[in-house]
Write a protein that binds this ligand. Structure first.
Ligand SMILES: C[S@@+](CC[C@H](N)C(=O)[O-])C[C@H]1O[C@@H](n2cnc3c(N)ncnc32)[C@H](O)[C@@H]1O
Length: 363
């Protein structure tokens, strides 16, 4: 059975656990495995399952919450106790004001469900405790989705992978006369917890921090020189905006509405030159972690990037940033088909290519 933590919450441009499994052979039990662009945490989680230590970072709080939930999952009994405690303290008579976007929120969620969501948003300390991080990740995975097909979803009909834009969503719901279902968030959280824990949580715990990859080495100095394997995929070139696509989940975590005019804080770069420059800086940021003979498995994706360009630029950026001898050991290229392709936002149609590279740091 596929481990049930993998699909707690979907994410963009995610790689499957088989990709990580395949490359874990470049490390041994007890080694430290790194992913500086952790996304939904597959590298970290799979490494822990296979008895490695694991560390990761990401700038996006959704990625950090979901990865942290998997990397430091508490016992099920504690999760259920905490859900019970939260439910006991919940008062459905209290008003739950709209933070703005009234039309959107009032059409997206049934009033009774909305009160529970606002209450959980205010009371889940996902940055403080592993138990609350796990419950929050469960909630993020259920916050929106195809509620006409599953009971484990809190919203009016919406894709589960991306949060559609507010005005568009309201127009679409009204045109189709879609009504938000009345769902009990506490009940759903309980059922989801029991379902997820049908797979055993790993005994090892990993470390996931909210950090720009360029600063990660400084954030976790205790791992200096200890990483023998990095498996990662940096933000895809000109493909997706991880904040915009996850705006509803981000709203839940930060209680801030999206600022459409602000420049994105994630590092999607439209100009290829800036992108490769960014990657050089990211490799310099993780350089302190790398043991001699470390293996680096890197997936590069984008709309137009060719395998030759990816190989050349990636090799240059690694050699320049690490200031060590770096040898290309293997490479593959693939066209994205089926499910993965559809996990990109609609505007990103044409995102079809992924190039994988395996480098070894020779000394
Ligand atoms: C291609 S996704 C990684 C997906 C991941 N491999 C998975 O399976 O879920 C790239 C990630 O890089 C993150 N990111 C973008 N800019 C970053 C930066 N400067 N430092 C760290 N993470 C960043 C994005 O938030 C996104 O989660």
């Amino acid at each position: 059975m596929r481990h049930r933590f993998h699909s707690i919450c979907p994410y963009f441009a995610m790689f499957p656990e088989q990709f990580v499994q395949k490359h874990l052979i470049w490390s041994k039990p007890g080694d430290v495995v790194l992913d500086p662009f952790v996304g939904r945490g597959t590298t970290v989680f799979q490494a822990l399952l296979e008895d490695r230590e694991a560390i990761g970072g990401d700038v996006n709080p959704v990625a950090v919450c979901v990865s942290r939930a998997k990397a430091s999952a508490p016992p099920l009994s504690r999760v259920l106790r905490r859900i019970h405690e939260l439910e006991d303290a919940f008062d459905p008579r209290r008003a739950a004001p709209y933070p703005g976007l009234r039309d959107f929120f009032a059409t997206c969620f049934h009033t009774a469900t909305w009160k529970q969501i606002r209450y959980l948003q205010a009371n889940l300390g996902w940055r403080q405790t592993a138990t609350d991080a796990f419950i929050t990740a469960l909630l993020l995975g259920a916050l929106h989705g195809e509620s006409h097909k599953t009971e484990w979803c809190l919203s009016n009909r919406m894709p589960r992978t991306i949060s559609t834009k507010p005005a568009y969503s309201v127009r679409w719901w009204r045109a189709g006369e879609h009504i938000a279902p009345k769902r009990d968030a506490f009940e759903i959280l309980r059922e989801l917890a029991v379902y997820r824990y049908a797979s055993q949580a790993p005994t090892r715990k990993g470390v996931v921090v909210q950090s720009d990859a360029r600063k990660l080495g400084k954030r976790l100095p205790e791992y200096a020189g200890r990483v023998t394997l990095m498996v990662t995929s940096p933000p895809y070139l000109d493909t997706t905006n991880y904040r915009e696509d996850q705006w509803l989940r981000l709203w839940f975590l930060e209680d801030r509405l999206p600022e459409t005019s602000r420049r994105s804080r994630d590092d999607r770069h439209r100009a290829a030159e800036n992108y490769w420059q960014f990657l050089s800086e990211a490799w310099a940021g993780v350089a302190p972690f790398l043991a001699s003979k470390a293996h680096l498995v890197i997936r590069i994706g984008g709309k137009r990037v060719s395998q030759t360009e990816a190989r050349t630029k990636l090799t240059q950026s690694l050699r320049g940033a690490l200031k060590r001898r770096v040898r290309l050991a293997d490479e593959w290229s693939s066209t994205i088909v089926g499910g993965q392709l559809h996990s990109f936002r609609p505007g990103a149609a044409g995102t079809k290519v992924e190039h994988d590279f395996h480098f070894v740091v020779d000394r």
